[in-house]
Design a binder for this molecule. Structure first.
Ligand code: ADP
Ligand code: MG
Length: 227
């Protein structure tokens, strides 16, 4: 049996108005991501990687086509419905961690779970498990400013998967890290994806990391094509 498709982009279009001109970034993107799969998105700056990830992650609406998550067409849902789906089914990791500075590592990972309705003790237990898995349990009570760049990104990844999403979308998650740290963070990320049966689409400029994923795609003329 073929692996279950968790994310599908169907003829997705994204255009920006640039003064009088219409700038076409995504021009009918077809793409599927299956459970358990890790896919690298490798393309030069300005080709639309972030646009693609934001659209797939329901942070932006497609101008045409649709985004189907877990079998559900999401492009035309209300903002409230899209927010709920983002909270439950999508984990997003940015190049910069975006952790809340006044909260500790463990609290940052508890937050999305409590927003979803978990009790604090349940959320803390799960957060500690994730920190342990990412091998930074000792840093649980540190605030983001008291963590190294690699540790910050590991916390951000743990936070992104705290609610056991269907899909993990990462926009150059190791882009700010030195090569050695990038490899450690990627090791932790891929172990998590493998262990949880998540699916991940990861934009990266790092060809070594891309080579370690299941397949590689790029953006060419507004389409996603194999690399
Ligand atoms: P990448 O992540 O691959 O560097 P982006 O998706 O950020 O690319 O951007 C793709 C193109 O779309 C770029 O040329 C960028 O300038 C343009 N763009 C992105 N966001 C906007 C916006 N809000 N308004 C106008 N143009 C935008
Ligand atoms: Mg980008």
């Amino acid at each position: 049996m073929a692996a279950e498709i968790v994310l599908e982009l169907r003829a997705v279009e994204r255009h920006y108005e640039q003064g009088q001109r219409k700038l076409t970034i995504l021009n009918g993107v077809d793409f599927t991501l299956s459970k358990g799969e890790m896919v690298a998105l490798v393309a030069p700056s300005g080709t639309g990687k972030s646009t693609l990830l934001h659209t797939a992650g329901l942070l932006e609406r497609p101008d045409g086509g649709d985004v189907i998550l877990g079998g559900r067409a999401c492009g035309r849902l209300s903002d409230d419905d899209r927010t709920a789906i983002r909270r439950n089914d999508i984990g997003f990791v940015y190049q910069f961690h975006h952790l809340l500075p006044e909260f500790s590592a463990v609290e940052n990972i508890m937050m999305p779970q409590m927003v979803k309705g978990l009790r604090a003790d349940e959320a803390r237990a799960r957060a500690m498990q994730l920190l342990d898995y990412m091998q930074i349990a000792k840093r649980a009570d540190h605030r983001p400013a008291e963590l190294s760049g690699g540790e910050q990104q590991r916390v951000a990844i743990a936070r992104a998967v705290a609610n056991a999403p269907l899909v993990l979308l990462a926009d150059e998650p190791t882009g700010n890290l030195d090569p050695t740290t990038a490899h450690y963070v990627f090791d932790a990320l891929s172990a998590l994806v493998r262990q949880s049966g998540l699916a991940a689409l990861i934009a990266t400029h790092n060809h070594d990391l891309a080579a370690r994923m299941d397949r590689r795609v790029t953006i060419s003329d507004g389409h996603v094509v194999p690399l």
